[in-house]
Design a protein around this ligand. Structure first.
Ligand SMILES: N[C@@H](CCC(=O)N[C@@H](CS)C(=O)NCC(=O)O)C(=O)O
Length: 202
């Protein structure tokens, strides 16, 4: 591992943003001192500001470390883990690391689009949930339940899997599948209590 100077680390993002939360949690778990620069990507000038800051798609988050600017949460979180001293955020064991990557991928392709955008966002606008989306969300949660070990998602140590899922949980809880979570997913519900001890991401 190359320990780099953590001075001049800046995360550009928003408190409400799942992907900004993931990166902020990774920085905090790794104990990297950093500045947080708020950028509201949903403001009229948000995408333009994000582009000007170095995001080709006008999104957040972005990580700055000295002359380096990174976008894409996958790259940012792996960089945080590999570039700085601090507790490892990826399991050394290949099977556990594969489990972590499965969870990360399910958050990217299932929790975020289906539960956050497909169920939480419509609920926040007072809309009725789409039954098809609820069925998909249950499948996503079932897959996570099958992968969750304990006390952390990948066993004894915190990993990026915990950062990814923890960053979404407020939105999962405030969705059409939120109330059913303890019955549907007892292991995830227990993990959620454990995740309450993680450093704040917002
Ligand atoms: N692939 C990007 C996704 C980032 C992303 O979707 N960020 C959201 C906020 S959580 C965003 O900027 N949305 C604004 C938009 O899509 O216009 C990553 O991994 O960082």
């Amino acid at each position: 591992m190359t320990a780099r100077d953590p001075v001049h680390v800046t995360l550009i993002g928003a408190d409400y943003s799942v992907y900004s939360r993931i990166c902020r949690l990774a920085l905090r778990l790794k104990r990297v001192p950093h500045h947080f620069e708020p950028l509201d990507v949903f403001a009229p000038d948000g995408p333009g500001r994000a582009r000007a800051a170095g995001h080709p798609f006008g999104k957040i988050p972005l990580l700055r470390h000295g002359p380096l600017t990174l976008h894409e949460t996958l790259a940012i979180t792996r960089y945080i883990d590999q570039a700085f001293d601090g507790p490892p955020l990826e399991p050394a064991d290949p099977a556990l690391r594969a489990r972590m990557n499965q969870i990360v991928s399910i958050v990217d392709t299932g929790v975020y689009p289906i539960i956050v955008w497909g169920l939480h966002v419509p609920k926040s606008k007072g809309l009725e949930p789409d039954p098809g989306m609820i069925a998909k969300a249950r499948t996503v949660l079932g897959a996570l339940e099958a992968l969750a070990l304990g006390p952390w998602l990948c066993g004894e140590a915190q990993s990026l899997a915990d950062a990814y899922l923890a960053a979404c949980m407020d939105y999962v809880a405030d969705s059409a599948v939120g109330e059913a979570l303890p019955d549907l997913c007892p292991r995830l519900a227990r993990w959620r209590l454990q995740a309450g001890t993680l450093p704040p991401f917002a």
